[in-house]
Design a protein around this ligand. Sequence first.
Ligand code: FAD
Length: 500
Amino acid sequence: MLEQHYTAGGFTHAYDRNGYEWDVGVHYIGDVGEHPTLTRKLFDYLSAGQLQWAPMDDCYDRIFLGEESFDLRAGKAAFVEEILRHFPGTEEVLEEYFRRISAASSAMRTLLMEKLLPGWTQPGMALLKKLRLPEYLNRTTLEVLREITDDEKLIAVLTGQWGDNGMTPATGSFIIHALIVKHYLHGGFYPVGGASKIAETIIPQIQAGGGEVFTYADVEQVLVENGRAAGVRMADGTEIRAPLVVSNAGVFNTFEKLLPEQAARASGYQRRLESVRPSMAHLCLYIGLDATAEELGLPKTNYWLYPGQDHDGNMQAFLQDETQEFPVVYISFPSAKDPSFQGRYPGKATIEIVAPAKFEWFEKWSDETWGKRGEDYEAYKEALSQRLLEHLYAHFPQVRQHLDYYELSTPLSTDYFCAYRRGEIYGLDHDPSRFEQDWLKPKTKIPGLYLTGQDIMSCGVAGAMIGGVATAQSILGLRRGGALMKKIMSGSVAPEPALG
Ligand SMILES: Cc1cc2nc3c(=O)[nH]c(=O)nc-3n(C[C@H](O)[C@H](O)[C@H](O)COP(=O)(O)OP(=O)(O)OC[C@H]3O[C@@H](n4cnc5c(N)ncnc54)[C@H](O)[C@@H]3O)c2cc1C
């Protein structure tokens, strides 16, 4: 495994600075509680059971529409009960809503199967999808929800996790909305020891299987010889030969940068990239506090602050004029969620605040060196940081006097550290058109080159992991792939690394 960053894990990596540690792309993960889900079984398999999960508060997400707040509670019954408290008489709406959520989640099996079958099965699959899948599956979330209720406030609450996929209700596919709602319905969980435990517990299993993980390993090009992927050339010129190359760098990086231009053009991928769009970019304020989460009363609940119920209107206004209200401010309290944090960082706490931003607002500094982008860049960042901090203080005034350190990441940081050239937060946009792209699948048209990660199925750590499963199945084929899945589903774990 070749990773260009100084640490492994992609968006699941954590970093430390000035005596604090923050995660960059893991605030909560669903479906890893005690009930046996595929997600949990995969994590157990990949980490040999070493990855532990700490449950968040029963209220995992708190949605604020202006001053009014709504709790999303773990378990369908509690979730429904809480929504009914705010929206009495909507039992039938919620019943239909969850019927559609379940139908969309179940449809993923068919969509996954489609990605593994050879191209000649496409017409048959298209027919099967038409007959078997609900017609609302891949319309926008707003369209689908407006079919079942005309209560715009209820819609705003039910779509109050839109930041988890970066698509406002009028722009995102109902598929991704349903996947995310279902993913967290039984509660949110956080890796004990922080997000970096994900890579830390999985790397030994990769090594046990004869693999190796290299950091500072920047792949410059996928080598193509006689029309076949033959290995990679690193930025320092080293060539690594391999019978198979699997790219987890996202489809834009893979087909715009890594594949030789001639191969990208001839295989049609260059043109296909025109049918997908990069997801939105974001800011993240990383905060260090000189008191504990307990002393400060920080919750194990994510806060979603919206200026009002018109998610789409608020987003549009902001994208056109950055001085407008942030359309969403998401606040996460990692040190409160991680039971091991106090042992590792006594007397301290951390908070992260995420908000959307446009890459273009930062583009003029993109050629400057990291850490030396100049005073105007720093001043711009400082102004944004202060705006975000005021949102935090409005809900947690007690943290103001304990603020010890903060720093803001911008879309340029996402490019610099995670190699998303337009600062994308979630790879590709999850609009309805993305789910129509039959080329977003593991096996590419270039023999020996496979794709994996979040661009295959969906964003999210679990979504990217299922992308990995799809790629493994595609490479192994029906018999060996089936045997592997059987092993995973039976609850067995990957072998422990050999000692010595
Ligand atoms: C702010 C934020 C918050 C999030 N919160 C959550 C959350 O709470 N829960 C959740 O489930 N998901 C969350 N996500 C989404 C989740 O982190 C991602 O969807 C997922 O980790 C993507 O995994 P991936 O393996 O597809 O891609 P990545 O994790 O991006 O991995 C791709 C890797 O490829 C490397 N790479 C690229 N080009 C090259 C090259 N040329 N040579 C070598 N290496 C290269 C990159 O450095 C990167 O490490 C969040 C994401 C962000 C940004």
